[in-house]
Design a protein around this ligand. Structure first.
Ligand code: NAX
Length: 344
């Protein structure tokens, strides 16, 4: 049997929802832990020990989650460490899923939300740097995801930059499913691949279907030939960009099970590799590819092999895409400046 992998999940209790008496409604942490324990993230033969972290006020709720995990008798789950101490939580972890944060409430300025979260990520960067396993892979889910990941990178200089990423896989999966819904004749979401989410996990993200393909009854076709080009430049983009808001409106709570599922997809592909001929979107540290300034955490198309991601190179970028890719980069540059100004 393989050695257990230690997986940290921050924000695992769901404190804020408890305050609003919506117990465990809309919780990414609560949704993701059973997925991980069932082997959906690391594969059916990989045992794990879960480390759950939340803030002190959520300590009791965290006890409850831990009890439920024990009660589920998951064969792969070899232990649960639940704590409100960040040092204990980070100890020797191989994978860190950073969901913990302060969400933006109605009426809260985006910059207020940003400043509260970047200080959390500055503190947690040091804990991870000092206590996590040397090979720890980090996925930041909490918003502003790209900028939180950038701050984590800057305040944990000894963690290799390869090992710090942020989640845009939910947007990627939303783009795949919008395309599958649009193509007639029963094209299933699993028949569509190679969409791209460029840039920030925010409403300026650019969902791009120019390089996507779909397997249809008459073979593999470029998605561009199967959908109306007006739709791909308008409604497709706005639907994906605004899907999170649509979920909040319908569910009165933000995306949780789809976000948890996307985070599992992200880690699984990163660790176990992307299927041949398929790429996925991940927020990673820009190396200047596609003219995106380095020093930003930007979502790119990537392939993964043996635990290493690489940005897909050589895709042709038209003028329409260029403008959208630059606009979302510009927003990230602005967020970075705001983050730095509130940490000074
Ligand atoms: P909740 O507010 O339900 O849960 C957040 C949890 O984090 C709470 O339990 C809270 O007590 C905890 N927390 C706060 N400060 C902490 C700290 N310093 N250390 C550890 N835990 C801390 O939010 P939820 O719906 O689960 O969403 C979590 C985050 O994911 C939010 O920032 C949200 O905006 C973000 N999202 C990101 C997505 C993405 O695709 N990247 C999509 C879904 C989601 O919107």
């Amino acid at each position: 049997e393989k050695e257990p992998v230690k997986v940290l999940v921050t924000g695992a209790a769901g404190m804020l929802n408890l305050i609003f008496h919506l117990v465990f409604l809309g919780q990414i942490g609560y949704a993701i832990v059973p997925m991980i324990a069932r082997g959906l993230m690391l594969g059916p033969d990989q045992p794990m020990i879960l480390h759950l972290l939340d803030i002190e006020q959520a300590g009791e709720a965290l006890d409850g989650v831990s009890m439920e995990l024990i009660d589920s008798a998951f064969p792969l789950l070899k232990g649960v460490v639940h704590t409100t101490d960040v040092v204990e939580a980070c100890k020797d972890v191989n994978i860190a899923i950073m969901v913990g944060g302060i969400p933006r409430k109605e009426g809260m300025e985006r910059n207020t939300m940003l400043s509260k979260n970047v200080s959390i990520y500055k503190a947690q960067a040091s804990a991870l740097e000092q206590h996590a396993a040397a090979d720890c892979k980090v996925l930041v889910v909490a918003n502003p995801a790209n900028t939180n990941a950038l701050i984590l990178k800057e305040f944990a200089p000894s963690i290799p930059v390869q090992n710090i990423t942020c989640l845009t896989r939910l947007d990627h999966n939303r783009a795949l499913s919008q395309i599958a819904e649009k193509i007639p004749n029963n094209v299933h979401v699993s028949d569509v691949k190679n969409v791209i989410i460029w840039g920030n996990h925010s409403s300026t993200q650019y969902p791009d279907l120019n390089h996507a393909t779909a397997t249809t009854i008459s073979g593999v076709k470029p998605v561009r030939e199967l959908v109306d080009s007006h739709w791909s430049k308008t409604e497709f983009i706005t639907t994906v960009q605004q899907r999170g808001a649509a979920i909040i409106k319908a569910r009165k709570a933000s995306s949780a099970l789809s976000a948890a599922s996307a985070a599992c997809d992200h880690i699984r592909d990163w660790v176990l590799g992307t299927p041949k001929g398929t790429w996925v979107s991940m927020g990673v540290y820009s190396d200047g590819s596609y003219g995106i300034p380095s020093g930003l955490m930007y979502s790119f198309p990537v392939t993964c092999e043996k635990g290493i991601w690489s940005i897909v190179q050589g895709l042709k970028i038209d003028e329409f895409s260029r403008a959208k890719m630059d606009a979302t980069a510009k927003e990230l540059i602005e967020e970075k400046a705001v983050a730095h100004s509130c940490l000074d």
